[in-house]
Structure formats: structure tokens, C-alpha cells
Design a binder for this molecule. Sequence first.
Ligand code: CS2
Ligand code: MG
Length: 402
Amino acid sequence: MKIIGADVIVCSPGRNYVTLKITTDSGLIGWGDATLNGRELAVASYLRDHVCPQLIGRDAHQIEDIWQYFYKGAYWRRGPVTMTAIAAVDIALWDLKGKAAGLPVYQLLGGAARDGVMVYGHASGGSLPEMLDDFAGYLDRGYLAVRAQCAVPGGDKGYGVHRGHQLYEPASGSMPDEERFEVGPYLRFVPEMLGAVRDRFGYDVHLLHDAHHRLTPIQAARLGRDIEPFQLFWLEDATPAEDQEAFRLIRQHTTTPLAVGEVFNSIWDCQHLITERLIDYIRASVSHAGGISHLRKIFSLAELYGVRTGSHGAGDLSPVSFAAALHLDMAVPNFGMQEYMGHRDPAGEVFGTTWTFNNGLMHPGDAPGLGVDFDEKAAERFPYDPKYLPVNRRTDGTVHDW
Ligand code: CS2
Ligand code: MG
């Protein structure tokens, strides 16, 4: 199955997406997701200028060889741009292999290890009553797990709070928005917010919260300890994830389960977190951590140490990589939880999907490959629209983690 074409399509149906199209001499097309929020054009160029020309003529069935060729052959290894580009190639090749075999990708990965994939939705609000009502909506729609994010009273809009009726999208403006954040009010408000969720909805729903990298290790330890009574499924990104040692300190102070990894792009970013059981869920994503081939190596390492999966599934991971995540979630033995933020309209005019949602569980469907179609004509109607993620500052103006 020889590769005869490799093209990069940048479009913006609701938000920017970078999609790789690999065409073979058998007439099959494989789709990969190369979206890196706020740095889309860097990945598009890496693919167009340095990867696509080297794909032509290769056997699309040689997924691992092609992965190794672009990982070791570049000399300069790892990093979000490189690994997102390699991920897009890998995802497209798995899509092609499934289409050539007439099987959904999860069958190629060992078949179904579960009936469906439990997903969590994103409840948020500018106030506690607004967030609680949003939370209730997810329960009404059958979700078994819900993340709660709420603006801190008197604080700025802050991470994770949707504005208006559209799904939350952090990237905005042709230059980064600047947000303000102060740790004290946040640390005092979150236990109150999570306690209000438990008071109103009880303990049967899986409850999650994302601190989004904004705490120091000891602040994260304090928050983990203070929210223990609310029995979270996980506290996410408690502290900037590149500081793996920090999780040792947090672990010493709290039994609140810890999840981290959406900014990771290789197994070496999380190797010690996993082998020393410093976390409970690894959140690396198919589209930023080298694709299906590399992510399943991370998940296999995690399995050895009792760490479960918690794949990133924000709206800036396109339907192509979300479908790929579902296929992997179906097959791995140590599945934990899949994030499902949904995709802003009119993404559905470009991406055709086959996944289903029933009673809190999702299934990728049984179409050959990933089960996602891409309408190139429709994509032309939504040209790239430069957007950046916010920059966070403390109230004294110091740049802070967002
Ligand atoms: C968040 C993301 O989904 C999450 O848990 O951390 O929304 C993250 O902020 C975005 O993916 C960044 O583009
Ligand atoms: Mg997160």
C-alpha cells in the first residue's frame, strides 16, 4: 500500500484544526490530526516542509518503521511540534491500516476490552449557581462523570469557564488575551465549590476538577488535602507537569487522586511519574504524544504500575484524534476515563463522525479505520483564523502558569 500523496489542510470550522491527508496507490485515504492550539502553523510547516516529501513512496503498512524514521531520523527529538507532526502521520496510517483490513482500529489493537468508554463532560459557570445548573444538565444527558470549573467570586473570567452558549474555547484574539489569577481566593473557593456539588448531587457521580498547572507543589498539596472529603475521581494538573519531582511532595500530603499529562509528548515526560506511582492517571493525548503507536506504549508502561489512562479530549483535539483516542480506550486494559469536551459548531460540517454516546459511555463505531470523514470542499469555507491561548498574570503583573 504505497503512499502517493501527503497533504496538510488547515481550516477553522468553529476553531482552527490542522489535518493530514495521506493517499495511497490503492485509492485509500487516511486522516491524521496535527492540531496544536495556538501553534497550528508551526506543525503545518513541519509536516509540509519536512515530513510529507519523505512519506511519498513508503509502504503505509509500515507504521512502526515510519514512526522510528521520523523520530530518530530528525535527530532533534521530542517537543510538542515534532511529536504532534509524528502523531498526525501515525494516526493517518492506523486509519489506513483499518480501512485496508476492513476493521475498526480498536480491533487491530486487540479488540474490545469493555462495552464502552466512560467519558466526562465539562460543567462550568461564571458563578456557583450557574455552574451547578450546568452540572445538572450533564447528569440529565446521562453523563456518569462531570468536571466542575467555576469562576472565583471577584476574580477574572479564569480557566475553563464557558462564555455564552458556545462550548468553552480558551484560544481567542489575534494576540493572546491576558488573564489575572490569584492563588489565595482560588484555594479558598474550590473546596466550597466542590462541596456544593456533593451537597446537591451526592457521591454517585464521578467528580473531577482541573487546577490547570497554576499551583506550586505545596499549594497543590494543600488543595488535595482540603478536597479529600469530596472524593474526587481526580485532581488534574495540580502543578506544572514538567516538574515530575513536585508530585512526590504532593503525594506525601494527600490521597486525592492525581492526573497529569495533557502537555506531555513522549514517554520520557512521564516515565518517573508512572514508575514511582506519583500519579493515578496519565493524560497524554493521541495527537500530542506521538500518535496511537507511542501513546499505547505509555499506557502499557502505566499498566505495569497500576496507573490508569485519562486521555485528554479537549475541543482543540480534532474529531480525528478524539476518535483515535476512543479506539485506544476501547482496547487498553487499564482504561480510566476519557475527556469529552465536544467540538464547536460548525466542526460537524467538515468532520463526519460515527461515534455514539449512550448512558455515559461512548463507542467509536465499527467503520473500518477510525470512522471519521473529512469534507475538503466544506473545509475551504473555513480558512485559518489566527488565535492564541491566554497568558496568565498574578494580580501584581507577574506572568503565571495558565
Ligand atoms: C484543558 C484543556 O481539557 C483540559 O483539561 O486543560 O482545555 C486545555 O486548556 C486546552 O487543551 C489547551 O488548548
Ligand atoms: Mg486539563
